[in-house]
Design a protein around this ligand. Structure first.
Ligand code: FES
Length: 79
């Protein structure tokens, strides 16, 4: 599974760094390092929403506050 987080300026302001850190930690805690490939990308063109995250080819809007819930629903449940 490929998880790509936008680190463009608009998403950076909304907390993309915190989202990256949460997801990195959750992936590690759940032993999913070999199943999930986490990477960063520049602007995905959804600047008006939350932090933009692609899971494979599906777009999601995430915030630092709901990163754990997002991880459970969209990453862990599908691994
Ligand atoms: S900066 Fe993230 S979608 Fe534009």
């Amino acid at each position: 599974m490929k998880v790509t987080i936008c680190i463009g300026s608009s998403c950076h302001i909304k907390g993309s760094k915190a989202v990256v850190e949460s997801l990195q930690q959750l992936i590690k805690d759940n032993g999913l390092e070999n199943k999930v490939e986490l990477s960063g990308t520049l602007c995905l063109g959804h600047c008006k929403e939350g932090v933009s995250v692609m899971v494979d080819d599906v777009f999601h809007s995430v915030s630092p506050e709901n990163a754990a819930l997002f991880f459970e629903k969209e990453i862990r449940a599908k691994c």
